[in-house]
Design a binder for this molecule. Structure first.
Ligand code: FCB
Length: 450
């Protein structure tokens, strides 16, 4: 297997700040939109919130020992913007910086590379109060935050990511309303998406200036869109869905434009764009991160409302294997997606920055036998390898997630970890899938690959 034999290939595990840290009002941290959103009735399936989470803020040393024991090369995590910047004037919170400096030093001591995301959805509430991602100034505020983070912490970071999954922030947060800030407005979603991408471009520039030795990129959630049936209508619908959900972001970042068909279709909801924005958005990337979980199957449909697109995503059929999230398990979709991107774009090197599944894990006699996840990981790594063998340049793979954590609107019910977290005792138990990865990484070391 080439993937396991390549000394340059980076294996890692991933988390994000709000999902694991807890300590939401400690050491000068101000509120984020997720703190606020969690208080909304019915917003979170189990009425959970981020106040305790995995208590990583206190237990990070133990968690880092666990990461080191896995034998991974890298750890992808995010910085909470509201720990670093305290108000609309951009005041810097030294205690927040100290916390992340401690984390970065802890990783360095353990020989684990730091892959740091600046924005994994936890916008400071004080910026939301000024309009959040609907306000162009939020992009400027993000640039300031990126500049502070890079100049204060940049000596210890190997790889920076501006945004995690801007599609989710824009669409789930501003159109479907199921994520913070919980707005339901098609036009708002497109405007938010544009300002997010603009923020990415502005931050990229700040990162390059303040941390020139590191790698800089962005992370998108992408899926292949298949037509549910081989009818011309469904095929056209699948193409449109891919344009709207994948290529809107890819074309903007890699080609400096938005897909014409989608632009025309949503003529009532077009975002306001200033001259020069698309150039800022489409600066060269050192890498593109892809989060891959599943594929989508699409049916043509007459939109019921002018806000809605001309397609519907089909629920997986009852004979199709799905995860505890109800997402189809579709490893071949990863190969297809990567090959499609490779054909259609001049790509920077790629990273798989998230991949994994939720399952109903049970801790029994001190063990968690999550064979379904183990198989999922094996199948997706093989699918990745197939894409690489056909010429796609992928430089790393990060499992989502290091440990069970706060799964956004699903609360704590959906477990994605390689490590099981008992939320009463905060005890961590390495699941069988984690033991498998650990074993493979150990063998790789023993063979002298790394
Ligand atoms: C991704 C998010 C990540 C996690 C996984 C399951 O969309 O980036 O935080 O919730 O899904």
């Amino acid at each position: 297997m080439r993937l396991w034999q390549d000394p340059q290939f980076v294996f890692g595990v991933a988390t994000s700040a709000f999902q694991i840290e807890g300590a939401v009002d400690i050491d000068g941290k101000v509120e984020s939109i997720w703190d606020t959103f969690c208080r909304r009735d019915g917003a979170i399936a189990d009425a959970g919130d981020g106040r305790v989470a995995c208590e990583h803020y206190r237990r990070w040393e133990q968690d880092f020992d666990l990461i080191a024991s896995l034998g991974v090369d890298a750890y992808r995590f995010s910085i909470a913007w509201p720990r670093i910047i305290s108000d609309v004037d951009g005041r810097v919170n030294q205690q927040g910086l100290m916390f992340y400096r401690q984390l970065l030093e802890g990783l360095a001591e353990r020989g684990v590379k730091a892959y740091v995301t600046l924005y994994h959805w936890d916008l400071p509430q004080f910026l939301q109060d000024q309009g959040g991602w609907l306000n162009r100034d939020t992009a400027l505020a993000f640039r300031h935050y990126a500049q502070v983070a890079a100049s204060e912490l940049g000596d210890l970071v190997q790889s920076w990511c501006t945004l995690n999954e801007p599609w989710c922030s824009a669409v789930l947060g501003h159109w479907f309303g199921v994520h913070a800030p919980g707005i339901q407005d098609r036009a708002a979603a497109l405007q938010a998406a544009h300002h997010l991408l603009l923020a990415h471009g502005m931050a990229l520039d700040a990162l390059r200036k303040n941390a020139p030795q590191a790698q800089h990129g962005i992370v998108l959630n992408l899926s292949p869109y298949y037509s549910a049936a081989e009818t011309p209508g469904d095929q056209a619908a699948a193409e449109f869905a891919a344009l709207e959900n994948n290529h809107w972001y890819l074309q903007a970042l890699l080609q400096g434009r938005y897909p014409q068909k989608v632009w025309d279709y949503y003529d009532r909801f077009r975002p306001a764009i200033c001259p020069g924005d698309m150039e800022i958005i489409s600066q060269p990337l050192d890498y593109l991160g892809i989060n891959y979980y599943s594929c989508q199957r699409v049916l043509a449909c007459e939109p019921t409302d002018v806000d809605w697109p001309p397609y519907k995503v089909q629920e997986p059929a009852s004979n199709v294997p799905v995860t505890a999230m109800g997402w189809e398990i579709c490893p071949s979709g990863l190969t297809d997606l990567l090959q499609q991107l490779h054909r259609e774009y001049r790509l920077p090197p790629l990273l798989i920055t998230e991949n994994g599944m939720a399952s109903d894990d049970q801790l029994f006699d001190g063990a968690v036998v999550d064979d379904q996840r183990l198989t999922y990981l094996q199948q997706h790594l093989s699918a990745l390898e197939r894409a690489m063998e056909s010429g796609v340049n992928v430089r790393g793979y990060f499992a989502w997630s290091l440990m069970d954590n706060f799964e956004w609107a699903e609360g704590y019910r959906k477990r994605f970890g390689l490590v099981y977290v008992d939320y009463d005792s905060q005890e961590r138990t390495l699941k069988r899938s984690g033991q498998w990865l650990q074993q493979r990484l150990l063998e790789r070391k023993q063979r002298g690959v790394v």
